[in-house]
Design a binder for this molecule. Structure first.
Ligand code: F0G
Length: 456
């Protein structure tokens, strides 16, 4: 049966068509950091899949029903009902975005000297652990390091490494186990239910809270259905619920699988912990029945949460990511295998072997994609993860030099993705012409968002 996209455009946004000259100028002005580019100079924006999706006509219709009363608004109850269909926790607290959920929950679970163990902490998640004086330790499965391997669940945590830490001298200091589904920092790779079950049993045995960072809970469920024996006849809703049931709680940005420009939640069964989070949320986000979100957003989220678990939508998402990965391969650019759903991760280190990690090949490719085609994306390599000295020279590189082409939900069609493939092919024809970079301004934290760089 050929693939049929299960929606059409109902409202469109024109995109700018820029010249190479303009883009060179914009890059200079932006200190060669894609995060500094004004969006109206970007033609294809693959910087993030967060809050960047298209809403449906039903979401728009529901948004009109937004009840903006301060406490106990109808919109909150509709949001909570929809959320509870997927997330079966007793306490569901709305907040405005994922990192707010992290800040609030981690403040209650961690503190100076504590340790958070994860398959991989996402960048802001790591920042929210570290700002408490705690340590964010990643224990990814060894398969993650084989970029070309076809292992279906490279997002798993390394259970034997986890057990070793829990049983070792640091065991007493572990405040949480955080499973990121799907593993965004780890190439968008999914986590298997088998892995979650093992971690859940271990966490319960040792009395350590298991928390899901469930920003892409529906996408993880879909990849479980597609790849894990025993799950092919289940629905995405059933699989997602099962994942939440294995954990003690969750933080989740709903800017991804809530199909909304904003929103997140903290979900918990522990009443005392939920109570402490609620006090923090009332003081810093908003009253417990809106958490900083408008009634319109709560309505949009309720509808989005129902749309995101439909098999037709998720199958389309898989099809699009695979299509983009194929375009990259045809262009001669390798990607992290197998393709996930929310983005395609390019192997920039392999494409640009003339650039050592200290000249930031991932960043160089991201800048080249903008310069040659007005395409914006972000590096996931030594600029983001490397260690630098006081002169902003690299002292310890990241394990890989990748570039993430994130796919906003329901936004780009095949012609856009084909264009990305054509620009990649142009770059790949003459890779030695792509210049390396040095850092000219190096902020001490969250470097990749805030640094300025210059081509060499
Ligand atoms: N956790 C994961 C796994 C994420 O991917 C993100 C955001 C967050 C937490 C934070 O959520 O943005 O709502 O505060 N990821 C975006 C991205 C920004 O582009 O990958 P937020």
């Amino acid at each position: 049966m050929p693939h049929l996209r299960p929606y059409v455009s109902a409202v469109v946004r024109p995109i700018p068509i820029t010249t190479r000259e303009e883009r060179v100028e914009e890059l200079d002005r932006a200190g060669h950091n894609p995060f500094n580019l004004p969006a109206d100079k970007v033609s294809i924006d693959l910087l993030s899949d967060s809050g960047t999706g298209a809403v449906s006509v039903d979401q728009q219709a529901w948004a009109q029903r937004g009840d903006e009363r301060y406490a106990g608004a109808e919109s909150f109850f509709r949001y909570r009902e929809a959320l509870r269909e997927v997330v079966p926790y007793e306490h569901l607290l709305p907040v405005h975005q994922g990192r707010a959920a992290e800040r609030v929950l981690f403040s209650a679970l961690l503190g100076e000297g504590r340790i958070s163990l994860s398959n991989t902490h996402f960048d802001t998640t790591r920042a929210n652990v570290e700002r408490l004086g705690a340590e964010a330790r990643d224990l990814p499965s060894p398969e993650l390091f084989d970029l070309d391997g076809e292992h279906p669940f490279k997002g798993d945590i390394d259970v034997s490494a986890l057990r070793q830490v829990l049983d070792g001298p640091d065991g007493e200091r572990v405040g949480q186990i955080l499973m990121t589904i799907t593993n965004n920092g780890g190439g968008g790779q999914p986590v298997s239910m088998a892995n979650l079950k093992e971690v859940s049993a271990l966490a319960r045995e040792r009395g350590v809270p298991l928390i899901l960072d469930a920003a892409r809970f529906a996408e993880n469920a879909w990849l479980v259905i597609r790849r894990e024996p025993g799950y092919q006849d289940k629905t995405p809703l059933e699989v997602a619920r099962e994942a939440f049931e294995l954990a003690d709680g969750a933080v989740a940005s709903l800017k991804k699988d809530g199909l909304s420009p904003e929103g997140a939640f903290i979900g918990l069964n522990d009443a005392e912990l939920a109570d402490r989070c609620e006090v923090d949320i009332i003081a810093t986000e908003g009253f417990r029945t809106y958490g900083g979100l408008t009634g319109s957003t709560l309505e949009q989220l309720a509808q989005g949460l129902r749309e995101v678990v439909t098999p037709a939508y998720l199958a389309d998402r898989e099809h699009e990511a695979a299509y983009l990965a194929d375009r990259a391969h045809q262009a001669g650019v390798d990607t992290v295998r197998p393709a996930g759903l929310h983005g395609v991760y390019l192997n920039a280190g392999r494409l640009l072997p003339h650039l050592p990690p200290a000249r930031f090949p991932g960043h160089a490719l991201a800048c080249a994609l903008y310069r040659e085609g007005g395409i914006r994306c972000a590096e996931l390599g030594s600029l983001y993860l490397g260690t630098l000295d006081d002169n902003a020279e690299l002292t310890s590189p990241a394990p890989f030099e990748l570039v993430r082409l994130a796919l906003p939900r329901r936004v780009y069609d095949h012609s856009h993705l084909e264009y990305v493939g054509e620009i990649l092919a142009e770059i790949a024809k003459n890779p030695e012409s792509v210049p390396g970079y040095r850092i000219t301004e190096n902020p001490p934290i969250l470097r990749h968002f805030r640094c300025r760089t210059a081509p060499l």
